[in-house]
Design a protein around this ligand. Structure first.
Ligand SMILES: *C1O[C@H](CO)[C@@H](O)[C@H](O)[C@H]1NC(C)=O
Ligand SMILES: *[C@@H]1O[C@H](CO)[C@@H](O)[C@H](O)[C@H]1NC(C)=O
Ligand SMILES: *[C@@H]1O[C@H](CO)[C@@H](O)[C@H](O)[C@H]1NC(C)=O
Ligand SMILES: *[C@@H]1O[C@H](CO)[C@@H](O)[C@H](O)[C@H]1NC(C)=O
Ligand SMILES: *[C@@H]1O[C@H](CO)[C@@H](O)[C@H](O)[C@H]1NC(C)=O
Ligand SMILES: *[C@@H]1O[C@H](CO)[C@@H](O)[C@H](O)[C@H]1NC(C)=O
Ligand SMILES: *[C@@H]1O[C@H](CO)[C@@H](O)[C@H](O)[C@H]1NC(C)=O
Ligand SMILES: *[C@@H]1O[C@H](CO)[C@@H](O)[C@H](O)[C@H]1NC(C)=O
Length: 601
């Protein structure tokens, strides 16, 4: 998850608060070109054919108390609630058991589960093996290619002011840090610095660069107002030789280097600087007689075809042409193990999948008329590539049960996509995607009324449980985006990322949860967002369990509706919306662009 999902919380940068995190270079990947080669191998995985991973897994299992090593954990917890509900079958321990395994995988793989690393592959093996061993779901993997850059050495950054060379220190809490997607660089001679006035968010800023034109210069830009990617895109438009985005020192967590992504359009080196270094360079660059210039060396290897996998597992009962898709992402960012982001979503999805599969096999639990498909998307952290890939394939699929065809609803097989990203943030909110905020320029009218209904269904669950809840932006910046844009109703939950808990929010949560339980005002929801400390200790088990119970409630509710399609796609409301909206979408949804738009400022 790379997004600030709430409106007007664009001014935090959790990553910049990092103090500890040094990254093992062996494992630092940064992804650049996102041209995904749409060659695909879909492998149906019969449980019997799974000899490979099982061996590894039993090794993993021996390490901990996860439900996988003792199938009884799952079995008993489900068995005792057989006659009741999916919701009652959920316990935090089940999710935490899986998270412990994901944490071990990250620990054994250089601290990350990012795509292109062993940690990512082991994550996929773990999910596949677990489902094959402990559920009767039909498991399928699909593979696609993503191009990445792998950082091979610590980048070097030198300044020359009045002829004096200074060599700065790389690191998230040091002087500078490379931005994800930065291109390699090796400036043999220093390149002049220039200052982009104001915030570098408009053409007028870039055409007023001082003392030199942006073209051919290294541009110094302060963070703020617009996203990092927007600044980088303008730097590209004005032919800058590189970009340095520096922190603004406006809060205690805004002094360390900006840690950010440059987005896939960067064609030049892009670094985040500390407030102090930014200030020094701006001062020097203002005065042309200092002859301020810099040298940057970034050594990285282009890895053209990193194989990334999606996993989907579906129930063996239910109508395939009416499928409920439950998604979460399986990758982390390179900077950390990704336990809340999105280990928490991945583990929740595993528990939902295994528990539902068990319940559906018990005689007292009514079989849903619909197929349920649980998916773990790869490469979310580099632009929602896994889910976008799957949705694209579904749009041209001729396989019954795997089709997205929003225009002729009777041929639409994927009825709804429920997305679970971060669910256990320490300073959490009970966040529900607000269907009313779907982008009207990229979302077909028929997906909107159902998405609003789903928001209300989650909300009512929290209200009934006397729990607080918060609507969060439904921006298309997570894995549901490609489905929504294809006309599939979508919704989901989000416990908060790099945005800040307000005092009002804290007070409201305090009121409902008990004095002192409402979290910390003015602190971000997940202080370990995209960092090494996004580990097991970074999970709030109470919030996590409630979120997954809410997810279970909604799944069961939908599964038991007599006419899900009509509930999700109410014709009168869709007609009304169609009248109000232009009959053609004004904008094509672009998962990569949407994803990076969400990057904090
Ligand atoms: C968890 O899943 C969500 C939603 O798909 C995603 O945005 C997030 O980045 C994921 N986090 C990790 C660590 O995989
Ligand atoms: C990925 O790229 C490699 C090398 O070009 C190719 O051999 C392979 O078939 C591709 N795999 C997929 C799944 O597209
Ligand atoms: C991960 O798995 C893919 C697909 O099987 C393979 O091509 C790749 O080499 C593996 N990567 C690592 C780091 O193990
Ligand atoms: C700058 O420091 C780095 C890291 O200490 C070192 O590898 C590099 O050689 C230094 N470069 C110069 C020009 O001093
Ligand atoms: C500009 O830099 C030169 C050389 O360092 C210095 O002598 C001069 O005082 C500076 N001028 C201003 C206005 O700071
Ligand atoms: C300015 O700096 C560049 C690079 O360090 C150098 O080549 C050039 O001679 C310097 N010019 C002056 C006037 O100092
Ligand atoms: C909330 O409680 C009411 C009254 O018991 C019930 O009718 C409704 O279905 C419940 N809704 C949810 C979402 O739990
Ligand atoms: C990259 O540039 C293209 C062309 O200007 C633009 O359409 C696209 O949205 C940009 N991508 C991102 C991630 O900003």
């Amino acid at each position: 998850m790379l997004t600030t999902n709430k409106t007007s919380h664009y001014d935090t940068n959790a990553a910049a608060t990092s103090t500890a995190a040094y990254i093992s270079l062996k494992t630092v990947y940064f992804v650049l070109s996102l041209i995904v080669l749409f060659t695909i191998t879909t492998i149906g995985l019969a449980a019997a054919a799974l000899a490979v991973g099982i061996k590894n897994m039993s090794k993993i299992n021996d390490l901990g108390p996860s439900s996988i090593s003792s199938s009884t954990t799952v079995a008993t917890s489900v068995a005792s609630t057989v006659a009741t509900s999916l919701q009652n079958s959920i316990t935090a321990e089940q999710m935490l058991g899986h998270l412990a395994q994901l944490q071990r995988i990250a620990d054994s793989s250089g601290g990350t589960r990012a795509i292109g690393t062993a940690g990512f592959n082991l994550t996929l093996n773990y999910i596949t093996d677990y489902l094959s061993q402990f559920s009767n779901l039909e498991v399928k993997q699909e593979f696609f290619n993503v191009s990445t850059w792998r950082l091979l050495r610590v980048p070097v950054f030198l300044s020359y002011i009045n002829g004096v060379e200074v060599n700065y220190t790389w690191g998230p809490a040091q002087d500078f840090y490379h931005m994800t997607y930065s291109r390699p660089a090796d400036f043999s001679t220093p390149v002049r610095l220039t200052i982009i006035p104001r915030l570098g968010c408009d053409d007028s800023d870039w055409s007023a660069a001082l003392p030199y034109a942006a073209a051919g210069s290294i541009a110094l830009v302060i963070r703020g107002e617009c996203t990092f990617v927007e600044k980088v895109n303008l730097a590209a438009k004005y032919n800058a030789a590189g970009i340095l985005i520096y922190n603004d020192g406006t809060a205690p967590d805004r002094f360390t280097p900006v840690i950010a992504t440059a987005g896939p359009n960067a064609t030049f080196p892009a670094l985040g600087l500390s407030y102090q270094l930014g200030t020094i360079l701006v001062q020097a660059a203002q005065n042309t007689s200092t002859n301020a210039s810099v040298r940057i060396t970034i050594v990285a290897q282009y890895v053209p075809n990193t194989v990334v996998g999606n996993i989907c597992a579906h129930t063996v009962t239910g109508d395939a042409t009416q499928t409920i898709v439950i998604g979460s992402h399986s990758d982390s960012v390179p900077e950390g193990p990704g336990i809340n982001d999105n280990g928490s979503g991945s583990a929740a999805n595993l528990v939902l999948a295994a528990n539902l599969a068990r319940l559906l096999q018990t005689s007292t639990y009514p079989v849903y008329p619909y197929r349920v498909k649980f998916c773990w998307w790869g490469a979310e952290e580099v632009g929602l590539l896994g889910s976008a890939y799957h949705a694209d394939v579904a749009k041209s699929s001729t396989v019954l049960g795997e089709r997205i065809e929003a225009v002729r609803l009777e041929r639409q097989n994927y009825l709804v996509n429920l997305n679970y990203d971060m669910l256990g943030s320490p300073n959490y909110i009970f966040g529900i995607y607000d269907g009313t905020t779907a982008n009207r320029n990229t979302t077909p009218a028929n997906a909107i009324p159902g998405s609003i209904r789903l928001s209300e269904l989650y909300r009512d669950w929290f209200i009934n449980q006397s729990l607080p809840w918060t609507y969060t932006e439904f921006s298309g910046r997570s894995d549901y985006g490609p489905f929504l844009a294809a006309g599939v109703v979508a919704s989901g939950l989000f416990s908060g990322g790099d945005d800040t808990k307000t005092k009002e929010e804290r007070d409201y949560y305090d009121r409902l949860l008990g004095q002192g339980q409402g979290g910390i005002a003015s602190a971000i929801h997940d202080p370990c967002y995209h960092q090494t400390c996004d580990s097991m200790a970074n999970i709030n088990p109470f919030a996590y369990e409630k979120m997954v119970k809410a997810a279970a409630y909604v799944l069961e509710y939908l599964g038991r509706l007599p006419d899900l399609k009509t509930w999700l796609y109410p014709a009168p409301q869709i007609k009304e919306l169609e009248k109000a909206l232009p009959n053609k979408l004004l904008q094509k949804y672009d998962s990569v662009a949407e994803f990076y738009k969400g990057t904090n400022f």
